[in-house]
Design a protein around this ligand. Structure first.
Ligand code: ADP
Length: 339
């Protein structure tokens, strides 16, 4: 998705920024005390204003990486600058210039939304004179003004997450970290949150988002890094990543496993294509090939001629799932598919 955005940044977002990069890490590593190499040498530069996605399966190292950048965990080795400040030497300044929405919702159910945001204002040192105006603005941004004086424990999961976003923004940080912000939400609430994320990014803020939802990364991000076992294995815009797969994907389904295997053998050996990549799907096979749009039909005929009755087929452009499969050889577990 190509996005047009207003690049003129409000002045309040500029004052904490000393350089053009919001995030700059060099060979950052973190090994937990039990020996788990959670982040294994990540070098990443993220310019100001970018909506950046960190995409990877459970356990890939996404949260550990974020926790280092928000100063909650000390790297084992490597260097990093956040908003131009050194992670090692200026952690306090970094904390003042970032917003962080952790995976677990961080709001107090006993308080109202207004009280929760007020509490965050106090914690972040928002001047008293500015507080009420800021609280009202944020309540409006996440559309909670109507329920602002109700206790949060009666809110839905989506409303709590929205309040969480608001509390992370009280001090107008130029960089916001969102760690799997929509996990567990229904599609409607998720879409709503995407709108807020796009809005805060359009205000000039850099967003660093981690997600397991391919669709989320595809919709929102200017650029994505795919992370696996603590390392970045591919980076690019969603479009660019999809182009890496090359051509179109032909998915063919069959009645049984035997047929699937035979079909895969034929698809790998066929001289219809110059270059193919064949994988199994739940019900059949998936063939990625440059010339699929023209030659896919010939493969279907070849399979039929080999007594493999085709149950169904479809030809589509590569999705991020195909990208993931092509670069890692594994399928990312999309929450939607899990259900
Ligand atoms: P993600 O956010 O991508 O799901 P994490 O950063 O949470 O990944 O985890 C990366 C790896 O580090 C995983 O193998 C996980 O089991 C391990 N891990 C996470 N936290 C700890 C911890 N406190 N101690 C030991 N290992 C951990």
């Amino acid at each position: 998705m190509s996005k047009t955005k207003d690049t003129t940044k409000p002045t309040h977002l500029q004052k904490t920024k000393k350089e053009e990069k919001s995030i700059d890490t060099r060979n950052l590593k973190l090994t937990y005390s039990d020996g788990t190499k959670a982040v294994n040498g990540i070098s990443l530069q993220i310019p100001k204003g970018e909506f950046f996605g960190f995409l990877g399966p459970n356990g890939a190292g996404k949260t550990t990486f974020i926790k280092m950048l928000v100063t909650l965990l000390n790297p084992t080795s490597g260097k990093a600058k956040v908003n131009g400040y050194s992670l090692k030497k200026q952690p306090q300044v970094i904390r003042e210039t970032i917003g962080y929405m952790a995976q677990e919702t961080n709001v107090d159910g006993e308080l109202t939304a207004r009280e929760n945001i007020r509490f965050a204002c106090e914690a972040y040192g928002v001047p008293k004179k500015k507080r009420e105006k800021r609280i009202n603005e944020l309540l409006e941004l996440v559309e909670l003004s109507d329920v602002a004086n109700k206790r949060v424990k009666g809110y839905s999961g989506g409303m709590k997450k929205r309040l969480d976003v608001a509390t992370a923004l009280v001090h107008e940080p130029p960089l916001v970290f969102l760690d799997e912000p929509t996990t567990g939400l229904d599609p409607k609430s998720r879409k709503k949150l995407w709108d807020y994320f796009e809005r805060i990014n359009a205000e000039g803020r850099t967003i660093f988002l981690t997600t397991q939802y391919l669709e989320e990364a595809d919709q929102l991000c200017d650029r994505i890094a795919v992370i696996q076992e603590g390392e970045i294995i591919s980076t690019g815009s969603p479009t660019k990543l999809k182009q890496k797969v090359g051509g179109h994907i032909l998915e063919i389904s069959f009645d049984g496993d035997k047929q699937k295997k035979k079909a895969a053998e034929i698809a790998k050996k066929t001289n219809i294509y110059d270059d193919t990549k064949v994988d199994f799907t739940e019900k059949g096979i998936k063939v990625a090939a440059e010339k699929n749009q023209i030659s896919g039909a010939a493969l279907l005929v070849e399979l039929q001629e080999n007594n493999l009755p085709i149950k169904g087929f479809n030809l589509h452009e590569p999705t991020l799932n195909d990208v993931f499969l092509t670069i890692t050889g594994k399928k990312i577990k999309d929450k939607k598919e899990e259900k």
